[in-house]
Ligand binder design. Structure first.
Ligand code: EPU
Length: 415
């Protein structure tokens, strides 16, 4: 078990560069299998989720080169084999392989994907889309056998705008015969990034970023060069740290529009920030509480909710946090209370945070990736030295977090 040891109370000043988006990269890598030629993807973050995908690529016999943040994938020798459960259960994104292999070979066998334990996270919408495209899906406990004689375009309505189901439907239909329409599609920037990648390979995808996506099937996809967009959740996390502890803290290389909901909230709270095209400079300032409700993009991102809760502990007044995407994304709360936060639970998807409360050092846990970011923020602002256990979760999603924070003045160590 890895731990972060953080001595709190230091101001953060200097530059934090933003890495490529985890949730984009983890879809682009499996999507690359659809190409018949070599693809190169640049700005791949160096995080453990990517290592897990790399392991799957190697297992499938893809030829992979990783040089200076780029990954080159040659799928010409790929074998459509069942990915062992120990690898696919390491992360959620392993289910993108399910869709890509189905889209390419019309057959796939796989286990239920892993990922943070933040709710039930079923994959019924993905399976519904596979069936609509003409596949038969056999489910045996946590194992799936999916097969189609032909994949044919279809009209698909998602019961909720699921990121995973939207990307999976695109991957499975991009080489299907005819036209597929996804209605009530998710609109996250990562989906646009995946569609742009596939279009560079020769796919015909229209409307990504809106709630209706049209995919006109093509028979062949060629190689291409592509770049991962900046990680909006990483950027949002560092912007919030700057709101608590920044002195001219520059968050470099983000797309501010991708965190517009957070920036608007910070503005309402009275944050002192300068927003430019690809950077934000933020200073610590007195903040007043606001309430947030998580929603799909462009609503307030659920992945920023837990770190935002730490920020609210440092604001004057009461703020309500309502989580509408996942059923179990408040595992950070008891740890924050342990550090001195004043948080009351209204019901299992709604809490009230009253501030401002000084936080004190403690031993806490990163119960999931973004809960880990929440605890790091709390530790940075707390008096004394906090130990955060189970930080493997954090290392799955935040590239070089120890180095990035050390460079701007934090006292943080990985054990
Ligand atoms: N849902 C269903 N059925 C489905 C699909 C989703 O009921 O078939 C529900 C889920 O249970 C959840 C909601 O719909 O309650 C939204 O799920 P979604 O499919 O949008 O999430 P995801 O694709 O599993 C991705 C990110 C998450 C991020 C969400 C929402 C990846 C690998 N993961 O998950 O990222 O929270 O979109 O933006 O892209 C994280 O980075 O910490 C993280 C959890």
């Amino acid at each position: 078990m890895k731990q972060l040891i953080i001595e709190g109370g230091y101001e953060l000043t200097g530059v934090i560069p933003i890495s490529g988006a985890k949730n984009s990269a983890v879809a682009l890598i499996p999507a690359s299998l659809l190409s018949d030629d070599i693809v190169t993807i640049d700005n791949i973050p160096n995080i453990s989720d990517i290592d897990a995908l790399n392991e799957i690529l190697q297992f499938l016999n893809a030829r992979v080169k990783r040089v200076n943040g780029a990954i080159q994938i040659d799928s010409s020798n790929v074998e459509n084999k069942e990915i062992p459960k120990e690898i696919s259960s390491k992360l959620r994104a392993s289910y993108y392989f399910m869709a890509a292999l189905l889209g390419k070979y019309k057959k796939v066998e796989m286990y239920f994907p892993g990922g943070c334990s933040i709710g039930a996270r079923p994959i019924d919408q993905t399976l519904k889309a596979f069936r609509a495209l003409g596949a038969t899906v056999e489910e045996l406990d946590d194992h799936f056998r999916i097969e189609a004689e032909n994949l044919n375009g279809a009209d698909i309505y998602l019961d909720m705008p699921s990121v995973g189901a939207t990307i999976n439907t695109i991957l499975a239909s991009v080489k299907a015969k005819g036209i597929t329409t996804i209605n009530n599609a998710a609109r996250e920037p990562e989906i646009v990034n995946v569609a742009t990648f596939l279009n560079s390979m020769g796919a015909k995808i229209e409307g990504a970023g809106t709630s209706q996506i049209k995919i006109i099937g093509v028979s062949r996809l060629k190689g291409c060069f592509h770049e991962v967009i900046p990680d909006r959740i990483e950027a949002g996390t560092y912007v919030m740290m700057g709101a608590m502890l920044g002195r001219n803290l520059k968050i470099q290389g983000l797309i501010p529009e991708h965190i517009q909901a957070l920036l608007t909230k910070l503005h309402e709270m009275g944050a002192d920030m300068r927003i430019e095209e690809d950077f934000i400079i933020i200073n610590r300032s007195p903040l007043k509480s606001v309430s947030i409700k998580t929603l799909g993009y462009p609503g307030f991102a659920t992945d920023l909710q837990q770190p935002f809760t730490t920020l609210l502990t440092q604001c004057e007044g009461e703020g309500i946090v309502e989580e509408t995407v996942y059923e179990n994304r408040f595992q950070n709360v008891s740890h924050l209370i342990n550090m001195g936060a004043n948080i009351k639970t209204i019901h299992n998807q709604k809490i009230i945070v009253s501030g401002k409360t000084p936080l004190h050092a403690s031993t806490v846990e990163a119960t999931d990736l973004r809960a880990g970011a929440c605890m790091i923020m709390a530790a940075l602002v707390a008096n004394g030295t906090t130990t955060i256990d189970n930080v493997e979760h954090v290392l799955r999603g935040y590239e070089n977090i120890v180095e990035k924070l050390t460079n701007v003045g934090a006292k943080i160590k990985l054990n």
